[in-house]
Design a protein around this ligand. Structure first.
Ligand code: NAP
Length: 243
């Protein structure tokens, strides 16, 4: 039987590319989306043209009951979950003292609480099968911090801590937990950057370009196939920031 993978936030950007690459590697993909239904249907149709069938499931993964419903759907249909990619996320640019409690709830719930609840929901099945791979899509800002993105940096730093601690807890059950911490990747999340800012980023990056969703998806594909890497935060950033 194929491996079963849930990818959160797979309607657009990095998650969409991860869904495509895993689906093309004979993995049964369940692509989660929340608002972008049209894009999710397009992804399903695009893959169907290549005779690849995926499931698309709407769920706001910042809410426990919706995360539960998503995992229940997968367990009912496929009876296991081998791979969880916690990718869904939002950014927020604000002066720290302007951040509200509502901002805290929105950013932390979408970026960090979602990874906590989705992992909790899939782990019993992974433990039962003594096999699992969880990949958290974090950010370089979770490692080095970003001005005007304090909440975002907190959420991703939390994800990195969770990755390391959970890897220790789940290793004996043969479940690997890793994070990928991308640098600047060309998606809607960076649509606010001006041409000049993008050129500056390219100039500051040893590999001379900003990243593409494919760059992150390739690392995911490698981590999925790997057998001995766990508890690591791997920054895929073209050398832009080397810690
Ligand atoms: P994006 O193009 O804005 O896509 C974000 C995705 O997350 C969308 O598919 C969106 O789905 C989904 N999403 C957001 N809130 C959700 C929720 N409550 N429930 C379910 N899905 C939700 O962003 P991206 O650049 O691909 O980012 C993907 C991940 O990479 C994020 O975690 C981000 O922090 C991280 N990252 C990105 C960069 C970068 O430079 N782009 C750098 C470092 C890290 P809907 O539209 O369907 O709601």
């Amino acid at each position: 039987m194929s491996k079963i993978a849930i990818i959160t936030g797979a309607s657009r950007g990095i998650g969409r590319e991860i869904a495509k690459q895993l689906a093309k590697s004979q993995i049964q993909v369940i692509a989660n989306y929340n608002n972008s239904e049209k894009e999710a249907i397009q992804l399903k149709r695009e893959l169907e043209k290549q005779n690849i069938i995926i499931d698309i499931v709407k769920a706001d993964i910042s809410k426990r009951e919706e995360a539960q419903r998503l995992v229940e759907f997968v367990l009912k249909k496929y009876h296991k979950v081998d791979i969880l990619i916690n990718n869904a996320g939002i950014s927020e640019y604000k002066i720290f003292t302007d951040e509200t409690d509502e901002d805290w709830d929105r950013v932390i719930n979408t970026n960090l609480y979602s990874a906590f609840i989705m992992s909790q929901e899939v782990i019993p099945s992974m433990v039962h099968h003594k096999n699992g791979c969880i990949i958290n899509i974090s950010s370089i800002w979770g490692m080095v911090g970003s001005s005007l993105e304090v909440l975002y940096s907190i959420s991703k730093a939390g994800m990195n801590g969770m990755t390391k601690a959970l890897a220790k807890e789940l290793g004996p059950s043969n479940i690997r937990v890793n994070a990928i911490a991308p640098g600047a990747i060309d998606t809607a999340m960076n649509a606010n950057l001006s041409r000049e800012e993008l050129e500056q980023l390219e100039e500051d990056t040893p590999l001379g370009r900003i990243g593409k969703p494919e760059d992150i998806a390739k690392c995911v594909t490698w981590l999925v196939e790997d057998t001995f890497t766990t508890g690591q935060v791997i920054s895929v950033n073209g050398g832009w920031i080397i810690t």
